[in-house]
Design a protein around this ligand. Sequence first.
Ligand code: C2E
Ligand code: MG
Ligand code: MG
Ligand code: MG
Length: 290
Amino acid sequence: YQAKRDRSGCEVYEAKRDGNTPDRLGLLGDLRRALDAGDVELHYQPKVGFDGRVRGLEALVRWVHPERGRVSPDEFIAIAESSGLMPHLTEYVLETALRQVAAWRGKGLMVPVAVNVSPRDVHTPGFAGSVAARLARHGVPPSALQLEITEHVLLEDPQRAADTLAGLTGHGVKMSLDDFGTGYSSLVHLRRLPVSELKIDRSFVARLAVDNEDAEIVRCTVDLAHSLGLLVVAEGVEDDETWERLRDLGCDAVQGWLVAAAMPPDETTAWLRLRGESGWQRGEPTVRPE
Ligand code: C2E
Ligand code: MG
Ligand code: MG
Ligand code: MG
């Protein structure tokens, strides 16, 4: 590949090549400003066990663009990843989530929170230490934080990724392997990553009750994870039948609209107050996405 250069030898920006269309660049600038202004929010989605007990919450980033309205995380996370803004976004999310965890703990709501981190973060030098420092600053024990990673962390410099992850688990932070089953899933990865939880991707869960092949994939994944001593969480559980199948397959916990979609902080506090003790019971009204 030969970069295009102008007469002074500077590399010429080519929109076609890096996918940074003016539209994406506009969004990137807007996202940077929204982070600086604190206009990006976190919503929280519960993970519950089959006894209904609340196991934790997952923080999911939400951004409402002043002109375009809601922008999907899949869209702006990709932009942040390909532009160098990702570490900044992750710092913002960690900071916001830990402040919230500390506030909940102050109210007697001792719920652990999971934060999604991108491969880029795991490869940022000093990441493990900065997470530990942030926990200490907020007075939050490492056991109250979980980080969700994907197998993509191993694509580039697997040794460095493994070292960072070992550093994090050494500090007492639990790791969860997100979106399992999509892409590169392999036993090698599972052995190499110091995770204590595996999340089965929604694409296998969605048709579990009607598709035998998907049901077999989920069954094998649950058995494999358990044989490696991992907890299994199913993503995207939307109905009772899927819940029952997952319970019968030995899955440990679920997340999905059947229980609750991601909720704004205040609504999450109210939800926790109601379900913290007795747990979530099937048949209760569910919280659908806004
Ligand atoms: P993910 O971590 O796998 O999160 C699960 C996604 O599934 C979320 O989408 C959630 O709202 C959605 N979901 C949960 N339950 C159901 C259900 O029952 N049915 C259906 N149809 N969907 C359900 P969301 O919030 O749009 O996030 C998409 C992805 O963006 C996330 O996938 C995660 O990879 C990424 N993401 C979100 N927040 C962050 C963040 O703070 N940092 C990073 N690095 N990535 C994030
Ligand atoms: Mg996740
Ligand atoms: Mg996931
Ligand atoms: Mg997923």
